[in-house]
Unconditional design. Structure first.
Length: 212
């Protein structure tokens, strides 16, 4: 698992550059956490997924079409990502922190319980303090986050046992040295099983660096 930690490019770049507060704001998660019950936020955030995520930086909000004057890409520069976060905090701070992936391991705020935090705000503050909390958070997530094993024909769906029950596992179950399951790990950690080959390629590179 140390090798997996090393090859995760976002984590490595973040730790080497000492950018403790690296974050990605996810519009669709903020809509799930807050916006569906408060549709007026459409003046500030569209309900989109990457790469079609926009926020309005104007104080009064935007009446123009998404992407026109007043709108910026949510996940452009770090300054823009934090502008989106601050805009969301004006509506509901905890929901805003639940809607970002943060730090080196890029763990979503709504996973705060897997890292033994009381809320997403506490998790963000801890990750912003030092690298140790980020590394510890990564291992806690790998050990504690429970998810279903994904179907090979559709990574959005769960595998079922002979009795029709979901098969549960943790990311750590898919990361054991010598028996790595890159399809499952990519689906669970990044939400995209199509990155299976990329995961395996980077893992092999990390092994060569750590074991010359």
């Amino acid at each position: 698992m140390v090798t997996f930690l090393f090859f995760h490019h976002t984590f490595l770049v973040t730790l080497l550059s000492n950018i403790w507060g690296t974050c990605h704001f996810e519009n669709h998660i903020f809509w799930n956490e807050w916006g569906n019950a408060h549709p007026e936020i459409s003046r500030y955030f569209n309900n989109g997924t990457h790469p079609n995520q926009w926020f309005c930086y104007l104080e009064a909000g935007c009446d123009t079409a998404t992407g026109d004057n007043g709108w910026r890409k949510t996940n452009g520069l770090q300054t823009e990502r934090y502008q989106a976060l601050e805009r969301a905090k004006n509506s509901n701070a905890e929901a805003a922190y639940r809607s970002i992936s943060v730090g080196g391991p890029q763990i979503m705020g709504f996973n705060y319980g897997d890292l033994d935090y009381n809320n997403a705000t506490d998790m963000f503050n801890a990750f912003s303090q030092n690298e140790f909390n980020q590394v510890k958070g990564f291992f806690d997530y790998m050990k504690n986050h429970t998810t279903c094993k994904r179907r090979l024909d559709d990574s959005r769906l769960c595998q079922l046992d002979s009795e029709g029950n979901k098969i549960w596992a943790t990311p750590l179950d898919f990361a054991h040295t010598g028996q790595e399951d890159w399809y499952q790990l990519a689906a669970v950690y990044n939400g995209d099983a199509n990155k299976e080959a990329l995961y395996q390629q980077r893992y092999q590179l990390a092994k060569e660096i750590l074991n010359p």
